[in-house]
Design a protein around this ligand. Structure first.
Ligand code: G3P
Length: 216
C-alpha cells in the first residue's frame, strides 16, 4: 500500500519524505487555506519534495472552469494530480482531463456507486472519506471494501485512495480491505511506528548493553 501524507505543511512533508515514508501528498482547499500561502507556490514547493503525485484541488464547480483550473494546476509540475469533487460536472471534467493525460483524483466520495462512476470517468484515484462517514455512524471501511470488490469485478485501474483517515486503525483496516493508497495526517503517520512494548523492550536492551559494557 502506498502512503500519501494529507497536509500542505511543507516542513512536515520534507521531514517525512526524508524518512522515506511517503509516496505522495494530498491537499485540499482547507489544507491550503490552513497553510496561509499562495496555492500555486505551495503546490510547486510540495511537488519538489516528492516524486509521487501531489493532489491539488480545483475550487470551481462548473465543468468549463474546472477544466481550465485543472489545466493551470497541471502546468505547475508534472507530478500534480488534479483533484475534482464527485459531482456530475466533476465527473465530466475528469473524463476531459484524464483523456488529455492528466492524473485525476476524484474526491469527496462517500459511496461505492460514486466510486463506480469515477472509475468510468477515467479517474486515476478515487478518495472515499472514511472518517467523515464514521463521524455519521456509517461504516466508512465498508465503502472501501465494496469499492475494492467492484473495481476488481470489472478490472478498473483506478486506485482506491483511502482518505479522511483519523487513526492507525483506519490505516490497518484500509490495508486489509485492499486500498491502493492511504492518505494519512502527519501525526497519524508518525504514530504508526509507535508501540509501548517497543519502547519498553528497547530500554531493557540498552540497559543490559550498558551493564555489560557492549561497544560496537
Ligand atoms: O484531504 C482529503 C481528506 O483526507 C480530508 O479528510 O475529513 O480529514 O478533512 P478530512
Amino acid at each position: 500500500m502506498k502512503f500519501f501524507v494529507d497536509t500542505a505543511d511543507t516542513d512536515e512533508i520534507k521531514s517525512l519524505a526524508e524518512a522515506g515514508l511517503i509516496d505522495g501528498v494530498t491537499t485540499n482547499p482547507s489544507l491550503i487555506a490552513k497553510s496561509g500561502r499562495n496555492m500555486s507556490d505551495v503546490i510547486a514547493e510540495i511537488c519538489d519534495l516528492t516524486t509521487g503525485h501531489v493532489s491539488a484541488e480545483v475550487v470551481a464547480t462548473d465543468f468549463d472552469t474546472m477544466v481550465s483550473e485543472g489545466r493551470k494546476l497541471q502546468k505547475i509540475a508534472s507530478n500534480v494530480a488534479v483533484k475534482l469533487p464527485l459531482t456530475m460536472d466533476g465527473l465530466k471534467a475528469c473524463r476531459t482531463l484524464s483523456d488529455a493525460g492528466t492524473a485525476v483524483n476524484v474526491t469527496l466520495c462517500f459511496s461505492a456507486n460514486q466510486a463506480l462512476l469515477a472509475a468510468k470517468a477515467g479517474a486515476a484515484y478515487i478518495s472515499p472519506f472514511i472518517g467523515r462517514l464514521d463521524d455519521m455512524n456509517i461504516d466508512g471501511m465498508e465503502v472501501i471494501e465494496e469499492i475494492r470488490i467492484i473495481y476488481d469485478n470489472y478490472g478498473f485501474e483506478t486506485e482506491i485512495l483511502a482518505a479522511s483517515i483519523r487513526n492507525a486503525n483506519h490505516v490497518k483496516l484500509s490495508a486489509l480491505a485492499g486500498a491502493d493508497v492511504a492518505t494519512v495526517p502527519p501525526n497519524v503517520l508518525r504514530g504508526l511506528a509507535s508501540h509501548p512494548l517497543t519502547d519498553k523492550g528497547l530500554a531493557a536492551f540498552l540497559a543490559d548493553a550498558e551493564k555489560a559494557g557492549i561497544k560496537i
